[in-house]
Structures are given as C-alpha cells and as structure tokens.
Design a protein around this ligand. Structure first.
Ligand SMILES: O=P(O)(O)OC[C@H]1O[C@H](OP(=O)(O)OP(=O)(O)O)[C@H](O)[C@@H]1O
Ligand SMILES: O=c1cc[nH]c(=O)[nH]1
Ligand SMILES: [Mg+2]
Length: 212
C-alpha cells in the first residue's frame, strides 16, 4: 500500500487553513507542525508492541512498549524542518538524520547538498518528512540515499502529494508507504502542486515567495 491519504477531520480542517493565500508565517509554521504530529500518529499505528512487567502502585503490572526497531526521523531540508517538532512531540526519543536537498527550479531535478545520517541507521525505521511531494524527485533521491546507507524500512510523511510524485515514488520504491494529508489534483507548468500550499519552504522560513 504505497499511499495513504489520512482524511481525519482535524487534518482536513488544519490543511484548509494552510491553503489560505494570506496565511501568516506564524500560522503556517504552527499548522505544519500540528499536521506533522497527526500524520505521525497514523504512520506509527501498526508498530509492534511487546509486553513487560513493572512495579505499579498496587504491585506488578504488565505494560507495553514499542518493540524492536528504533526510529530515525529524516527531514528533507529546508522545508522538512517545518514538521520536525510536531513529529518529535510524539516520538521524542527518535534520532534525526538531516538530508539537504534543493530542487532546481528550471530542471526540477533534486540536488543533494547535505547528508547527516545517524549511526546504525540500517537498524532503524526511517520516517522521512517533507511538506511537499511534487515531481517526487527530492523524495526518490532521499529514499535512494537511505537505502544506500542500509535502511530497510522506510516510510514518508508529506502534507500534500501530487499524483505525479506518488507515481514516481511508487515506480522507484514500491516498498515505501507515503502518508499524506491530501492527494491534490496535479502539478502546474512550473512543477508546483495545484491547489497545493505554494512554496512551503518559503512560507515556513519567511523567505521570498516565488511567482509560481
Ligand atoms: O517533489 P519535488 O518536485 O522534488 O519537489 C518537492 C520539494 O520541493 C520543496 O523543496 P525545495 O527544493 O523548494 O527546497 P526548500 O525546502 O529548501 O525550500 C519541497 O519541500 C520538497 O523538498
Ligand atoms: O508545490 C510545491 C512544489 C515544490 N515545492 C513546494 O514548496 N511547493
Ligand atoms: Mg522551497
């Protein structure tokens, strides 16, 4: 199952607010973190649990914890940072592997400029975060480098996904499930998602809005 659109009412509501042309940087940032947290809740729903025993207030009690694999969250810089706090609010122990990728706005090809992966990443579940999945070239490049580093289980969370990007990830990496708040209609001639959110990196960091 490579794509999961999470149509939860809270997510739909928050994403609707994010689509407003006049949204402030502050509100966009807050909502990106909130939707990031809600997607994390869904994307971790099937993690396996194991029971163990503790001393509780009335004697020993069986409790549960997440079994096996540790997690690394992989924000695709810059815009992925805009979801990081939200994700870590639910998985505070996760280690962070930063991947810097910028899309060439002419060719729409992804260019990798930073790769700072945590040790023993091959033993971790990697959860990639990026607000936008447009052509898919940034996501495919990230999955390529994680697999090269030995990652065996990879999931991705994006706020908005275009059908073109979903198809690209599915073709290159059919084993990776993508969790998204919305599958939007299409890309425009500049490779921007319609209706989308505009330039998510610029909105999160307050840098100049490009004419998209
Ligand atoms: O699916 P794609 O066609 O590759 O496009 C999506 C990428 O574009 C944006 O990043 P951008 O390159 O603008 O960098 P930024 O995060 O530094 O703004 C976005 O955050 C994704 O990483
Ligand atoms: O719609 C898009 C596509 C790529 N990057 C963005 O920030 N937005
Ligand atoms: Mg950008």
């Amino acid at each position: 199952m490579p794509i999961r659109e999470i149509r939860h009412p809270l997510i739909r509501h928050k994403l609707g607010l994010m689509r407003r042309a006049d949204i402030s940087t502050k509100n966009f940032r807050e909502l990106a973190q909130e939707v990031g947290a809600l997607l994390t809740y869904e994307a971790t729903k099937d993690l396996t649990l194991e029971t163990y025993e503790i001393e509780g207030w009335c004697g020993t009690v069986q409790v549960e914890k997440i079994a096996g694999k540790k997690i690394t969250v992989v924000p695709i810089l810059r815009a992925g940072i805009g979801m990081l706090e939200g994700v870590l609010s639910l998985i505070p122990g996760a280690k962070v592997s930063a991947v810097g990728i910028a899309r060439n706005e002419e060719t729409l090809q992804a260019h990798t400029y930073l790769e700072k992966l945590v040790p023993e990443i091959n033993e971790r579940l990697a959860m990639i975060i990026d607000p936008m999945l447009a052509t898919g070239s940034s996501m495919v490049a990230t999955i390529d480098l994680l697999k090269k580093a030995g990652c065996k289980e990879i999931r991705a969370m994006v706020l908005v996904a275009a059908p073109e990007g979903i198809a690209a990830v599915e073709a290159a990496h059919p084993d990776v499930t993508i969790y998204t708040a919305s599958i939007d209609e299409r890309l425009n001639e500049h490779g921007y998602i319609i209706p989308g959110l505009g330039d998510a990196g610029d909105k999160i960091f307050g840098t100049k809005q490009k004419d998209v």
